[in-house]
Design a protein around this ligand. Structure first.
Ligand SMILES: Cc1ncc(COP(=O)(O)O)c(C=O)c1O
Length: 412
């Protein structure tokens, strides 16, 4: 069956919860063992002290290690990406930072695409170096050979431990080649050391791009965005093979940044409508993009749907890895910050707020908001300019969205 058909039932047994049709919120810190032998057995499995017996499941111990709301949620999330295992976190940044800390150690090198979300950019460029981790960067459009040279020139090629990419890039919608990035990771892998590829898939969510199928080892989400989808919860997720997820969950246990039972429950509720929400958002985005493309006050539109054969490599990447055109649109207004702010301040239905992927449409100014912390020269080079607006299309009627955008553009 399709994942959307299983989002109401998969992994939950009503008979274990008084017949409740919905998984209740297991608002409990700890779980009572039937006897001491059971407690011992559960800990042996949780701490990897012995191999699990055939059919033996990890018993419930303590909500920092596991909890029914998180387990059902993690199992359901694996269905979209066809992942072996999932770990959920209290934020997207918690998922990202835990993965980076687990797979990198002092002296290692991380190779990252540019641009990435401002928070990830800060963690990679400003926090990881404090732990002796080196950072190399590449940009959209650079060939495999060019990127290999960047790694070699860093002087730490033998220490490359992770390739970290975000695609489509926030806020430019530039596409980074997942298969190509895996090829670079493989190029630097040896028989003693595998270089892993991690992909932040927040911008597309699990329906519109499935990086594990293109060769990624780990996929990361800010579940605050499409997965949560109602702008009322902060959460994150990481998916991949059981082997890698055991390591991720191990560090999560000791950092203590797992999601709470309440967050797990909210996301279970969100997952039931994930497909209908995302379908509506992608449809609305096609209409909004068509309107912006034709508007005289708009200089340029950054939308995956606008990538065509004449864009060469970007089009080939889109064909390989994007299942739809998404619902994120950035555009440059004619003018600069003054005109962009005038537009934002004139919106009536669309909210002026950061974040994305929720039911309500949001607009923001990346250069001074989400990407305020990114190096100014780099922002200019990447096209994150003062005239750029980022729009996350929600589930509203597209005619109302277009009316709102149109009246706000008229105010410039
Ligand atoms: C692409 C991307 N990755 C990661 C994050 C961080 O997620 P969170 O805010 O849930 O910590 C964000 C947040 O905006 C994002 O846009």
């Amino acid at each position: 069956m399709k994942p959307e058909s299983l989002m109401m039932s998969y992994g939950y047994k009503p008979e274990l919860s008084e017949g409740a049709i919905k998984c209740p919120i297991f608002q409990t810190s700890t779980f009572v063992f039937k006897n001491a032998e059971e407690g011992k057995a559960f800990f042996e499995v949780a701490y990897g002290l012995r191999k699990q017996n055939e059919g033996e499941e990890l018993g419930l111990i303590y909500s920092r290690i596991n909890n029914p709301d998180l387990e059902v949620l993690e199992n359901r999330l694996t269905l979209w990406d066809e992942a072996e295992e999932c770990a959920v976190f209290e934020s997207g940044m918690a998922a990202i930072s835990t993965v980076l800390l687990e797979f990198l150690k002092p002296g290692d090198l991380i190779l990252t695409s540019n641009p990435v979300y401002g928070g990830s950019d800060h963690f990679i460029k400003k926090i990881l170096p404090k732990f002796g981790i080196h950072v190399a960067m590449f940009k959209v459009g650079q060939s495999k050979e060019e990127v290999i040279k960047i790694v070699e020139k860093s002087g730490h090629a033998d220490k490359l431990a992770m390739v970290y990419i975000e695609t489509p890039a926030n806020p430019t919608n530039d596409l980074i080649d997942i298969e190509g990035s895996k090829a670079i990771a493989k190029h630097f892998s040896t028989k003693d050391k595998e270089v892993y590829l991690a992909v932040d898939n927040t911008y597309m969510g699990p329906l519109w791009q499935q990086p594990l199928k293109n060769g990624a080892d780990l996929v990361l989400y800010s579940a605050t965005k499409y997965i949560g989808g109602h702008s009322d919860v902060i959460a994150g997720a990481c998916l991949g093979s059981s082997e890698l997820l055991k390591r991720v969950k191990g560090l999560r246990t000791f950092l203590g940044n797992m999601a709470s039972p309440n967050t797990g429950w909210l996301l279970l509720r969100s997952l039931e409508t994930l497909k209908v929400r995302m379908d509506a958002q992608a449809f609305g985005a096609t209409k909004v993009a068509a309107f912006l493309n034709a508007h005289p006050a708009v200089e340029k539109v950054y939308y995956i749907g606008n990538i065509t054969e004449k864009d060469g490599e970007q089009f080939k990447i889109k064909q390989r890895q994007c299942l739809t055109n998404g619902a994120m649109i950035s555009f440059d207004v004619k003018g600069g910050e003054k005109e962009a702010f005038k537009f934002l301040n004139s919106l009536q239905l669309i909210k002026l707020a950061v974040s994305l992927g929720g039911t309500e449409s949001l607009a923001e100014h990346p250069a001074t908001m989400t990407h305020a912390d990114v190096d100014t020269a780099l922002k200019q080079e990447l096209g994150v300019s003062e005239k750029m607006i980022r729009l996350s299309v929600g589930v509203e009627n597209h005619e109302d969205l277009i009316y709102d955008i149109s009246q706000a553009l008229d105010k410039i």
